[in-house]
Design a protein around this ligand. Structure first.
Ligand code: CP3
Length: 339
């Protein structure tokens, strides 16, 4: 059993495994080199050979405990027939959402569109040492809806008008998305990934009175599916603040990724019966190295007697120096020795 699975399922407190969100990405020169020749990001995700190569790039550099398959949460809307493109300044841009064709999509065609992701997982699993986990991931229904329906403004606030315009359709959209999300999880698992992470990156935008229907319940359904299939699952409902506690109590995932707004001590004392992951603000990787070391030590110390997977409070920033990442990996690896 890999270190991370041990933490998630056996609640092992002796090992402190480590991996990073966006460990493969723009901060790596070897990533930028491939990206330069592959301008279409979705096409790059659907090139199995290159996706596998990008997945393994950080594993070659650092002694990490997991690889995360190089793909994107927006591959699901793409496989459902919606246009998805990425602009340098505005992030993802999606085409018009067509409710009728969305609900009528055939399962087989959906899975066929995603075949290259499954092939990339198969290639990667063969090349990855057995003691390392291969993580695959999905977006939670709410976060996918935010992109598919364009529910946020350019200032990353909720677009109330659009929210109200579509709200009578939310139930059906979530039901349909959950079905496809579970299909994608199942196929990724069958291809050789051993852990699932569910990104609810815009959970913090859900209006309070809708939090159960739009966040807890849809995440719970996915977690229950994973448990039924015996797939360890980590949830990341970013921006929930003190509602992280209700989330963990209601959804009961094996692991919970905390964001950088959550105080580590608060998490340790309030998030029970769950393996905690992450938390450190990615901006600390850009600053003074003494401050960074102090912060890394703080997380390790606070979580020393509970199951904890070292990671960040959101994805690594493009300005991060690879040498800094290596220092963190080494520090976390040494931690056991100086307790
Ligand atoms: O290394 C890894 O973490 C694996 C690959 C991965 C990507 N996206 C590749 C990617 C993962 C796990 C994701 C998840 C993802 N994608 C999320 C959830 C996590 C989060 O960031 O909140 C979301 C919301 C998306 C949607 C998305 N994709 C956005 C908002 C952007 C543009 C902004 C950004 O952060 O770069 C992307 C593009 C994207 N996905 C890149 C990568 C490496 C950058 C592509 C490039 O410009 O070269």
């Amino acid at each position: 059993m890999s270190k991370i699975t041990n933490c998630l399922l056996k609640k092992d407190i002796t090992c402190k495994p480590i991996w990073f969100m966006r460990q493969a990405g723009r901060y790596l020169p070897e990533f930028r080199k491939i990206r330069r020749n592959n301008k279409n990001f979705i096409k790059l995700c659907l090139n199995s050979r290159l996706s596998s190569e990008l997945t393994l790039q950080p594993i070659k550099r650092y002694n990490l405990d997991a690889a995360i398959i190089f793909s994107d949460i927006l591959i699901i809307p793409y496989a459902l027939g919606q246009d998805v493109s990425f602009s340098k300044y505005y992030g993802p841009k999606l085409g018009r959402f067509n409710f009728e064709s969305f609900t009528a999509k055939d399962n087989k065609e959906f899975l066929l569109n995603l075949r290259p992701v499954y092939d990339a997982i198969k290639i990667t699993r063969k090349k990855l040492k057995q003691d390392k986990s291969l993580i695959s991931f999905v977006g939670a229904p709410w976060t996918l809806m935010v992109y598919m329906l364009g529910l946020k403004t350019t200032h990353n606030k909720l677009d109330i008008k659009k929210f109200n315009l579509y709200s009578n359709k939310f139930e059906e959209i979530i039901k349909t998305l959950s079905k496809y999300i579970c299909l994608h999880i199942n196929e990724q698992h069958k291809s050789g990934s051993d852990i699932i992470q569910v990104f609810d990156s815009w959970a913090g935008l859900v209006p309070k009175k809708h939090i159960k229907n739009l966040c807890y319940q849809p995440n719970k359904e996915i977690v229950n599916f994973c448990k039924k299939k015996r797939i360890p699952v980590i949830c990341f409902p970013k921006g929930l603040s003190d509602k992280y506690k209700n989330f963990v109590q209601s959804v009961k995932p094996n692991g919970i990724n905390i964001d950088y707004d959550i105080k580590p001590k608060w998490a340790r004392d309030n998030l029970r019966n769950v393996c905690i992951q992450g938390g450190l603000h990615p901006k600390y990787l850009l600053g003074n190295e003494k401050v960074l070391k102090k912060k890394v030590n703080e997380y390790l110390k606070v979580f020393s007697n509970v199951p904890y997977i070292f990671n960040l409070g959101h994805g690594m920033l493009p300005e991060t120096k690879p040498s800094v990442v290596n220092k963190i990996v080494k520090r976390v690896g040494e931690f056991k020795n100086d307790k």
